[in-house]
Design a protein around this ligand. Structure first.
Ligand code: NAD
Length: 502
């Protein structure tokens, strides 16, 4: 599959176009009323017009997943569940080419990044296939006449509400451990990029690998369909990835029903570049944050704090890394694709303009550096002379923009790094591992990377401090966030325990 038209025809061939609002019971359910245009961000052309699941279709999607939980999935041996998840990884790999094309067109991300996302999605299923039968409890020694042990049990239906930047891998990151714990899943993907989720659900159903409705989908906007899914009484736990305001709204809804939630939210992750750092490596990391997925990544490091003795050299190298990049539609596999939508491009532009208004200088790119007749493209942009109090340093841009901030000593660098409401990740570049280790302890972030950024794998726990979230995804750790702990205490009459009576 190589063209946008072919991809749109493929989606239509799976019956997933035209008012598709939910996928449950192996069927596409359609809605009347409003439709939502899903566009190719490289051209603005509409690929598909989806419907929107109202309360009735949300009910069907959630109750379908609840029924599947009560069915064979809920009682399946853990090892058998693991084998099934391993086959889901194979299914993803068998369809990797098509899923990557689809993801590239829907999100705008360069094809090679979309391919990497599909492989990561397969790796999530592979990893959690291996831990499905290892999510065990423990025995606790209390007294001689009782036996105390813990078991980890599923919640039932887990709702996954996902964002638009990496929809398939975000879904698989949460769905794979949810399923490995024995839950079933209802997904509400972003209305901006729902296609890979829909196609994955369709492929999964057709493959027959998992019992029907172990994963169902409800489509629509957040405040309507998303809120209906989250508030549904049969949903036992919520996993949300997205912005802080939506995370707050979801946590408030969850509190009303007293259900738990994992929240993976935004970031404004700092990287400290000490005077002894490998500057080329650090500059590459600074540029990569703006280039990868056009900077539309929660995890990207977007504040480069550089020691004043190396500041000019760093800026020069980083500007060089960010210059001469190819920009184009994702399917042509450029260095940089379009942003997700017109309104998002306008927001990124206005944030760069505001930064210049507050005193930052443009060292590469800029809001008007590209002359693109169609599509939502923004040039990779390097802002220097940034002060941490500026809006650009405090708020997420979610675009191809890097900010460089100067510091004079390590304590000042730590204070600047931690002066943020976010705490998703942080980086340090230095040749002195003792300094690196000390800094890792002082940075308020859920993940700290030394001398490499980005870093991490499906096996490394991920999640935020402060406003960046609650709970952890990835790794064995995620199994604890998708299961609940039960403690069992058994009275053992002492005389029998000691073998005094038969
Ligand atoms: P968003 O919060 O606008 O939307 C995310 C999802 O929530 C979408 O599916 C949306 O429809 C839904 N939603 C919106 N309002 C809702 C409501 N009231 N009730 C229920 N659902 C609702 O976020 P976005 O713009 O799609 O994504 C960008 C944000 O996501 C950024 O802040 C980024 O940092 C964050 N993000 C975080 C991670 C992470 O792992 N920490 C990963 C990717 C993106």
């Amino acid at each position: 599959m190589t063209t946008v038209d072919e991809v749109a025809a493929f989606v239509a061939g799976l019956d997933l176009d035209d008012r598709c609002a939910a996928f449950v019971g192996g069927e596409v359910l359609r809605s009347d009323g409003d439709t939502i245009d899903v566009e190719d961000p490289a051209t603005g052309k509409v690929l598909v017009a989806t419907g929107e699941a109202g309360a009735d279709l949300v009910d069907r999607a959630v109750l379908g997943a609840a029924e599947a939980f009560r069915g064979p999935w809920g009682t399946m041996r853990h090892s058998e569940r693991g084998r099934a998840l391993r086959r889901v990884a194979d299914l993803l790999r068998e369809n990797a080419g098509m899923l990557a094309d689809l993801e590239s067109i829907d999100t705008g991300k360069p094809l090679s990044q979309a391919r990497s996302d599909v492989e990561t999605s397969a790796r999530y299923f592979e990893f959690y296939a291996g831990v499905a039968d290892k999510n065990h409890g423990e025995t606790i020694p209390t007294r001689s006449d009782e036996l105390v042990y813990t078991v980890r049990e599923p919640y039932g239906v887990v709702a996954h509400v996902t964002p638009w930047n990496s929809p398939l891998s975000q879904l698989c990151r949460g769905a794979a451990p949810s399923l490995a714990c024995g839950n079933t899943v209802v997904v509400k993907p972003s209305e901006v990029t729902p296609l890979s989720t829909l196609v994955f659900a369709r492929l999964l159903d057709r493959s027959g690998i998992l019992p029907r409705d172990v994963l169902t989908v409800a489509l629509g906007r957040g405040p309507t369909t998303g809120a209906a899914v989250v508030q549904h009484p049969a949903v036992g736990h919520i996993a949300f990835t997205g912005s802080v305001p939506t995370g707050t709204a979801i946590m408030t809804m969850a509190a009303q029903r007293m259900v738990g939630c994992n929240l993976e939210l935004g970031g404004k992750s700092p990287t400290i570049v000490l005077a002894d750092a490998d500057l080329q490596k650090a500059a590459r990391a600074g540029a990569a944050a703006a280039i990868r997925n056009s900077g539309q990544s929660c995890f990207a490091t977007t504040r480069m704090l550089v020691h004043s003795s190396r500041y000019d050299e760093f800026v020069e190298r980083c500007a060089e890394e960010m210059g001469n990049l190819s920009v184009g539609p994702g399917l042509t596999d450029p260095d940089l694709g379009p942003l997700s939508s017109g309104p998002h491009l306008a927001k990124v532009r206005s944030m760069v303009e505001a930064a210049v208004g507050e005193g930052a200088e443009v060292a590469a790119g800029g809001p008007d550096a590209l002359d693109q007749p169609t599509g939502h493209f923004h040039a990779p942009t390097l802002l220097v002379g940034v002060d941490n109090a500026m809006t650009i340093a405090q708020n997420e841009v979610f675009g191809p923009v890097q900010s460089v901030i100067r510091f004079d000593d390590v304590d000042e660098a730590v204070a600047i790094a931690n002066d943020s409401r976010y705490g998703l990740a942080a980086g340090v570049f230095t040749n002195d591992l003792t300094s690196a280790h000390a800094l890792a302890g002082r940075l308020e972030a859920g993940q700290v990377q030394i001398n490499r950024y980005p870093a991490g794998d499906v096996s490394t726990p991920f999640g935020g401090y402060k406003a960046s979230g609650i709970g952890r995804e990835k790794g064995v750790e995620a199994m604890h966030h998708y299961s609940q702990l039960k403690t069992v205490i058994i009275d053992l009459p002492e005389e029998r325990w000691r073998g005094r009576t038969a």
